[in-house]
Design a protein around this ligand. Structure first.
Ligand SMILES: Nc1ncnc2c1ncn2[C@@H]1O[C@H](COP(=O)(O)OP(=O)(O)OP(=O)(O)O)[C@@H](O)[C@H]1O
Ligand SMILES: O=P(O)(O)OC[C@H]1O[C@H](OP(=O)(O)OP(=O)(O)O)[C@H](O)[C@@H]1O
Ligand SMILES: O=C(O)c1cccnc1
Length: 487
């Protein structure tokens, strides 16, 4: 690997984006106004909702977007771009506008969650990095929220760094897990950089180094005040827990005996026996921590079995989004300035109705019932529509219009918020604790049938009549054009 002192993220893009930029520039349409929207088609993990994350990294990327001299030198030697285009790239700064869901907010399939409007070439360049950041972080925040949903108020520790897809993923994944509802991380750098609380026990290596539980725990207790002992290295019930109790008694007030961790075996059975041993020894407040390939499914099952576990350590399955490793969010052109300087809507057709894009610049409105604050659904409308001006709202499923309802007693809140206005950051990034709080509170606005972990109901994501008519008109226009060509 060659390191460059001026390395940045401008080249963190797919080559085809640069080739399209070059084409737009050569043909004189690079500066035409365009609108791109990002959405995903399916909710991950069989979940009823997703938790949006990734915006802070995107904001940092767009704020610092600039081709460095080493980037340009690389392009000069590897491509056929002429010096004039290289100079255009040298001068390029992000001047587009962005509207986005905010981190921690709930987002659903087939609705815009991020929108970029501005010079066509710029909008094209940033596609890859934006999808990269939002896809991964939203996925991990969603997995974390599912785990939070099954643990209730129990403490949740994120242990995933060693299994993450490399260093950056460990960092941003840890942050996303915190947004989704984890309480702390074992990643010390994430603690430093993001201000996430850090926490940790010890590994089997410590016990192996001393070759027996008692000696290891004693050494650990002499060096640390707050202690949690890992009790399963040799035999949890016959050696680990008795050694922990012995050391705790010997050390008395010199330590704060916080917990024991179990990392293998039948955790329902073992945790109950460990609880009994600790209680009988006079340590009813000492917590039992469990780890070992846990996720919402194993945890829910352990709870059903009456496992006596107070704190959950989760690594691999949250940080790698193990059972659904890609969110699949896409970034599509929905409108572009034509030859006359007018904005025209664009569409991508498909034989699969769900894959036909919805043309036009849009806003997503979260509709809640005024009387109880509970969600009625999301209403995707064209950008110039405002449901707050309406007394009643007709909501219908875009692919199955016979599924419909009219709501009257409602509040409407725009999901897409202004982030950049012509390149200027107009959004104050919230503190991470506020994002987390907002996210956990957002889930409360959903009815239980949408939040349950197994087979939730489909949350309504509806189109306004105007957006629907616009889509149908464009489909008909394109069909007519295609038929004309064939004739
Ligand atoms: N009572 C239980 N019910 C359901 N799943 C459990 C229960 N106890 C443990 N598990 C889960 O079963 C999986 C396998 O557990 P197991 O103890 O075999 O792990 P292991 O890593 O093979 O253990 P060891 O470290 O002893 O080799 C883990 O994901 C663990 O979280
Ligand atoms: O199972 P996860 O959800 O991924 O949680 C992280 C795992 O990492 C550690 O194991 P590891 O075997 O790496 O090290 P150890 O020696 O501390 O057990 C820890 O004991 C957990 O089992
Ligand atoms: O602190 C822990 O117990 C821990 C940290 C990382 C991975 N597994 C466990």
């Amino acid at each position: 690997m060659t390191t460059y002192p001026d390395d940045g993220l401008a080249l963190h893009t797919d080559f085809y984006e640069l080739n399209m930029m070059w084409t737009y520039w050569k043909q004189g349409i690079a500066e035409k106004n365009a609108v791109f929207e990002c959405y995903f088609r399916d909710l991950p993990f069989g979940s009823g909702f997703a938790v949006f994350a990734g915006l802070e990294h995107v904001v940092d990327y767009l704020t610092h977007l600039q081709f460095s001299e080493s980037d340009l030198a690389y392009l000069q030697t590897t491509t056929t771009y002429p010096p004039e285009f290289i100079q255009y790239l040298r001068d390029l700064r992000f001047t587009a506008s962005v509207r986005s869901a905010v981190e921690g907010d709930l987002v659903f399939n087939n609705e815009p969650i991020f929108q970029v409007e501005g010079p066509l070439a710029q909008c094209q360049l940033v596609e890859t990095a934006i999808l990269n950041m939002i896809n991964y972080q939203t996925l991990v925040a969603t997995k974390a929220a599912r785990i939070r949903a099954v643990v209730g108020d129990d403490a949740l520790m994120e242990f995933g760094t060693r299994r993450a897809q490399e260093t950056e993923a460990a960092m941003w994944g840890t942050r996303a897990a915190y947004i989704g509802g984890f309480n702390a991380t074992s990643n010390v750098r994430a603690g430093k950089v993001f201000g996430i609380p850090i926490s940790g026990t010890h590994a089997h290596a410590l016990v192996q180094a001393y070759r027996d539980d008692y000696t290891a725990f004693k050494a650990y207790a002499e060096a640390n005040r707050d202690v949690t002992f890992l009790v399963d290295t040799y035999d949890t019930l016959r050696s680990g827990v008795p050694a922990a109790i012995r050391v705790a008694r010997e050390m008395g007030d010199k330590i704060n005996f916080q917990g024991v961790r179990i990392d293998s075996g039948d955790m329902a059975y073992i945790s109950k026996r460990v609880r009994q041993q600790l209680d009988e020894a006079g340590f009813p407040d000492v917590k039992i921590i469990a780890s070992n390939d846990l996720d919402e499914n194993t945890i829910q099952n352990l709870k059903m079995q009456g496992a006596k576990i107070d704190t959950w350590g989760v690594g691999t399955k949250v940080i790698t989004a193990y059972d659904h490793p890609a969110l699949g969010a896409v970034y599509k052109l929905v409108a572009i300035e034509d030859e006359n300087g007018e904005m025209v809507d664009t569409i991508k057709l498909s034989s699969n109705a769900e894959k036909v894009s919805t043309p036009g610049k849009k806003q997503v409105w979260r509709i809640t019932r005024h009387s109880n604050g509970k969600s009625e659904g999301d209403w995707i409308a064209l950008a110039d529509e405002d449901p707050r001006e309406l007394d009643s709202l007709y909501m219908f499923h875009p692919n199955y219009p016979y599924i419909n309802k009219t709501v009257t007693d409602f509040d409407a809140r725009p999901v897409l918020q202004p982030i950049f206005d012509h390149g200027k950051l107009v959004y104050q990034l919230p503190a991470l604790t506020d994002i987390r709080e907002f996210g956990m509170h957002s889930v409360d606005s959903l009815w239980d049938e949408y939040t349950r972990v197994l087979n939730p109901q489909d949350y309504p994501v509806d189109l306004s009549q105007k957006a629907w008519d616009n889509k149908m008109n464009l489909i008909n226009q394109i069909r007519a054009k295609v038929n004309q060509h064939r004739a």
